[in-house]
Design a protein around this ligand. Structure first.
Ligand code: PRX
Length: 653
């Protein structure tokens, strides 16, 4: 590996392991023999997992990999994803079980049972059909964490329409490019959203995005904040006017196992986000299997809470599809974790007796910063499994989580996966694995992952290299929307000879053969668990009239994992590189992409370090951004450039 990850600094500073208690193991869903069972016959193992779902028509073949890298799972099988997540639980006599304890940021709340969810989803499905939507069409959703967002996703799934959820924090430009790429016919949004105790507009964002958007016929608006919003006649419809009067009867049609379920855009190494395509049967099987075993979920007993936003894959798989397929009672929280106070999450855990809690390292580190005394004020004794996702968790944060949230006993599952993998791939199994702070440890039963060197040869214990997935898995992406070439190049070309999926992450094995994730090895940054490409931010910067050139790196950040640091060369006449100009550029990036992409720091420089072929050497810039001694400069076209940058920064130029 040429580019070492910042996460490496954190490794192996904690050597304790934490075996599960006997009591936990005795009741755990997963058992150690799963590994051997899956190894003995992977397809039989997955077929057994698929039995968790209701299939209208059973499959005739578990896996068809003849057209690799395009997999087909549960070939010939037919199912309705929404029926599996909702109706089937009502049909089995659990209609009165709460599906969602929804908690609004301002303090309002709603409990929605499976029977009510079935009615809501059916009405919404009827509503979408009344607008002429048909299976295969696309609907874009930009909404805060309100129940209607989940209802909208399930309604799409029910009628075979692909949803594409766009994170609420994305700018109009970002939303527009996603709407155009998939030619969405409908956009669903809300009037506004509550963030940090205030109502903020949301539809205004959508209106700006959709100016002149040709594919969009209707915009459906959920009323959330009640603020005045302009209505475009003929295009905009209120959700309550469209949906409330519909029939609560809707017959779910069974779709092919490979029928597309959704598109979710994620950052790649170029400026253009990739529309990751997921399909139905395999995805739902992996979502349900992993949710059941990794979180040890017990239907009707546990109260589960995944703190992600539905705008990300974690929200798709571990708020909507996995938990609902498993008849989970879950908390869905609308707002920020410190509104109105820094104990908000713990207050919710206490109130709803949350037993499984799944969050991101960046939030754990934020809780650490806020202080141990905050969780201590609440009764967290209901918590029995804790999860982490999105970036490597440093051992210090892991231990803090265990001690302050998990009462020194709840197993912590550090789950590695990606938008592309659809579901969890590498994780301890609670009740089985002796956990290690900072390591995701082992590919789940049925999943195969390896750490390989540059040549694709597996490294030995203690060795480091690239993480690959060497066997197809049910929840794997089925392509990039409209771009087969890019799909092949991005994931399948790096180790084409071996046919491995290249994840883009660096990893190593420890002496026991457990996997430690080391962060991205490509030009993708991970800021608070969100993927942002350096090129995307660079494109946003150079779209500003004062910027001639820009290079962006992710620098280690104690709270967000990585922080965005940009180096810019200003145009000749824009000599003023003062605070105001820098602030203006930071805001410009937020406007172009969204606030999550706002650089932490922008440094105005005279030159950028480039190789003779003109490639920017980000490794050197990262050294500067992290205040390290600058590394090897011998491949630079002009080796004095780094001196110029460093001295210019010191003198404040
Ligand atoms: O770098 C890895 C990191 O997040 C990337 C995937 O990002 P995204 O598609 O947005 O999905 C995030 C939620 C699944 C990976 O390539 N990542 C995710 N989970 C972990 C992780 N890195 C280390 N440890 C994890 N548990």
């Amino acid at each position: 590996m040429t580019e070492q990850s910042p996460a490496l600094d954190n490794l192996l500073t904690e050597s304790r392991t934490f075996p599960p208690s006997e009591a936990f193991s005795a009741q755990a869903n997963a058992t150690a023999d799963f590994y051997a069972e899956a190894d003995a016959d992977r397809e039989a193992f997955w077929a057994k997992q698929a039995e968790r779902l209701h299939w209208e028509t059973k499959w005739s073949q578990v896996l068809d990999w003849t057209n690799a890298p395009f997999a087909k799972w549960f070939v010939g099988g037919k199912l309705n994803v929404a029926y599996n997540c909702v109706d089937r639980h009502v049909d089995s006599g659990h209609g009165d079980q709460v599906a969602i304890h929804w908690v609004g940021e301002p303090g309002d709340s709603r409990d929605i049972t499976y029977a009510q969810l079935k009615d809501e989803v059916s009405k919404a499905a009827n509503a979408l059909e009344s607008l002429g939507l048909e299976a295969g069409d696309r609907v874009a959703i930009q909404m805060p964490m309100v129940p209607e967002a989940i209802v909208a996703m399930l309604a799409c799934a029910r009628i075979g329409v692909l949803h594409s959820v766009v994170f609420g924090g994305f700018s109009p430009t970002a939303l527009r490019s996603r709407v155009d790429d998939q030619a969405a016919r409908i956009v669903i949004t809300t009037d506004g959203q509550y963030r940090r105790g205030k109502a903020a507009p949301m539809k205004a964002n959508v209106d700006e995005a959709l100016e002149g958007a040709e594919s969009v016929e209707k915009v459906i608006v959920v009323r959330r904040t009640g603020e005045e919003v302009p209505i475009t006649e003929g295009r905009d419809i209120w959700w309550h006017e469209l949906v409330d009067g519909q029939s609560a009867e809707h017959a779910p049609q069974a779709f092919d196992s490979e029928h597309p379920l959704f598109i979710l855009y994620t950052s790649g190494t170029t400026g253009k986000p990739k529309g990751i395509l997921h399909t139905s049967g395999g995805y739902l099987t992996q979502a349900a299997y992993t949710h059941h075993n990794v979180f040890d979920h017990k239907a009707g007993e546990d109260v589960y809470w995944c703190t992600a936003d539905i705008g990300w894959i974690t929200g798709h798989t571990y708020i909507v599809y996995g938990p609902l397929a498993n008849r989970t009672t879950q908390v869905v929280y609308e707002g920020t974790p410190n509104t109105p106070h820094e104990g908000r999450h713990w207050e919710i855990v206490q109130q709803h007796k949350v037993s499984i809690y799944y969050t991101a390292p960046t939030l754990i580190r934020t809780f650490m910063k806020w202080g141990n005394e905050i969780p201590q004020k609440y009764d967290l004794s209901s918590l029995r499994v804790l999860g982490s996702v999105g970036e490597p968790i440093n051992p210090e944060a892991w231990i803090w989580y265990r001690e302050n949230v998990g009462a020194n006993s709840a197993p912590i599952v550090d789950t590695w996966w990606q938008t592309e993998t659809g579901g969890i791939m590498i994780s301890p199994l609670p009740g089985v694995t002796a956990t290690k702070p900072g390591s995701a440890q082992k590919a789940l039963p049925g999943i195969s992952a390896k750490v390989v060197d540059d040549q694709g040869v597996e490294v030995g214990k203690g060795g480091g290299g690239y993480l690959v997935l060497d066997k197809p898995w049910p929840g794997m992406l089925r392509g990039i929307w409209g771009d087969e070439q890019r799909f092949r190049e991005t994931y399948w070309s790096r180790f084409a000879d071996q046919g491995y999926y290249f994840a883009g992450d660096g990893a190593k094995y420890d002496a026991d053969g457990d996997v430690w994730l080391l962060g991205r090895v490509d030009d993708v940054m991970n800021v608070s668990g969100h993927r942002i490409s350096t090129t995307e931010v660079e494109s946003a910067l150079v779209s500003h009239p004062t910027v001639a050139e820009a290079a962006v790196v992710g620098a280690t950040d104690p709270t967000t994992g990585q922080g965005i640091v940009a180096f810019v060369i200003l145009r000749g006449n824009a000599v003023d590189g003062g605070d105001e100009a820098v602030q203006e550029l930071r805001n410009h990036v937020a406007k172009e992409i969204g606030p999550i992409a706002k650089p932490r720091q922008i440094l105005v420089v005279q030159e950028l370090p480039k190789t003779r072929s003109g490639k920017i050497m980000r490794r050197l810039l990262r050294d500067v951004a992290e205040n390290r001694q600058v590394g090897d400069v011998t491949t630079l076209a002009d080796s004095s450039v780094m001196d110029l940058i460093s001295s210019g920064l010191k003198s404040g130029k």
